[in-house]
Design a protein around this ligand. Structure first.
Ligand code: DAK
Length: 258
C-alpha cells in the first residue's frame, strides 16, 4: 500500500492516510487502498476496532484530490461518486467493528465526509472542519449532504454547506459533529481509549447495535422493527450466553464473538 499505513495496537487497527504533502487528499488509489484495508480488517479476528487518522500535523484529510477530479465529466462524476460510496464511505459506516475517526487539522470535503462515516469522531483542538465543495462548483458527493444533516441538524448543515465555511473544533463539539475535543498530543490516546472500552463488550452485540442505529437512516426501513429483530437474534448467540453467565458468576465476560 503506497498511500496508507497500517498498524495493529492492542486489537485496534490504526489506518493512517499517508499523503502528508498533499494534506492526505483522497485520490482514487487511496480510496481503493482504504477499501481493501477495511475488507481485510472486517475478516481479521485480531482486529476489534479501527482508527482512521491522517499523517502529519496539518490535516486529517483536506478533501477529495481536486487535481485528480478537476477534469471529470458529469457522467464520470456521478459514477465516481457512486463508486466512492460503495468502496469507502458506506463501507466505513457499515463496518462490523467500531470505526473511530481521529481528526487533527483540516477535515474538509471528502475528508469530513470520511470522518462522518465513522461511528465516533475525536478531534484535536486545532481541527478545522468544513464542506467547501460549493466553492469549487460541486456539491458534497460522498454523503456529506445527508450525514452532516443527520449529525448537526438541517439548519446548521445548510449553513455549513452553502457558506462553505470551516468551523473550529469547539463549534464542532458544541454542534455534535465531533464527540470529543482534546489536545493534539492526546488525540490518538483518546481514540485508543474509546476503542479499548468498546473491546470489553460483545463484538456481536456491538455490530447488531450499530446496524440498528443506522437502520433509522435507511429509506423504507423501520429502525424500531430492525432493533426488535436484532434484539431477538442476540438471544441465540454464544456472546449472550457468556455475558449473562459471567454476570451471574460475578466475573468479567470472555466473549467468543459468536
Ligand atoms: N486536493 C489536492 N491537493 C490538495 C488538496 C486537495 N483537496 N488540499 C491540499 N492539497 C495540496 C495543495 O495543492 C498543496 O500541494 P502542492 O501545491 O504543494 O503540490 C499541498 O496540498 C499543501 O496545501 P496548501 O499549500 O494549499 O496548504 P495551505 O496551508 O496553504 O492551505 C488548505 C491548506 C486546506 C486551506 C488548502 O490546501 C485548501 O483549501 N485545500 C483544498 C480544500 C478543499 O477545497 N477541499 C475539498 C475538496 S472538494 C467526487 C466526490 C466527492 C468529492 C469530489 C468528487 N466525485 C465522485 C468525483 C468531494 C470533493 C471535495 O472533497
Amino acid at each position: 500500500m503506497e498511500n496508507i499505513k497500517q498498524e495493529i495496537l492492542d486489537h485496534t487497527l490504526i489506518i493512517t492516510i499517508n499523503r502528508e504533502k498533499q494534506l492526505n487528499a483522497l485520490n482514487s488509489a487511496t480510496i481503493l487502498e482504504l477499501s481493501t484495508a477495511l475488507d481485510e480488517a472486517a475478516n481479521n479476528a485480531e482486529v476489534k476496532s479501527i482508527i482512521l487518522i491522517g499523517a502529519g500535523e496539518k490535516a486529517f484529510v483536506a478533501g477529495a484530490d481536486i487535481k485528480e477530479f478537476a477534469h471529470f465529466s458529469a457522467a464520470e462524476g456521478a459514477e465516481l461518486s457512486a463508486k466512492g460510496h460503495e468502496l469507502l464511505f458506506n463501507k466505513v459506516e457499515n463496518m462490523n467493528k467500531p470505526v473511530i475517526a481521529a481528526v487533527r487539522g483540516y477535515a474538509l470535503g471528502g475528508g469530513l465526509e470520511l470522518a462522518m462515516s465513522a461511528h465516533v469522531r475525536v478531534a484535536s483542538d486545532d481541527a478545522k472542519l468544513g464542506l467547501p465543495e460549493v466553492g469549487l462548483g460541486v456539491i458534497p458527493g460522498y454523503g456529506g449532504t445527508q450525514r452532516l444533516a443527520q449529525l448537526v441538524g438541517k439548519g446548521k448543515a445548510m449553513e455549513m454547506i452553502i457558506t462553505a465555511d470551516m468551523i473550529d473544533a469547539k463549534d464542532a463539539h458544541q454542534w455534535g459533529l465531533v464527540n470529543h475535543v482534546v489536545e493534539p498530543e492526546k488525540l490518538l490516546e483518546k481514540a485508543l481509549s474509546i476503542a479499548k472500552r468498546t473491546q470489553r463488550n460483545s463484538p456481536v452485540a456491538i455490530n447488531a447495535a450499530m446496524k440498528s442505529v443506522l437502520a433509522n437512516y435507511e429509506d423504507g426501513v423501520n429502525g424500531m422493527q430492525e432493533e426488535i429483530k436484532a434484539f431477538g437474534r442476540c438471544f441465540g448467540t454464544e456472546d449472550f450466553k457468556e455475558g449473562t453467565q459471567a454476570f451471574m458468576e460475578k466475573r468479567k465476560p470472555q466473549f467468543p464473538g459468536k
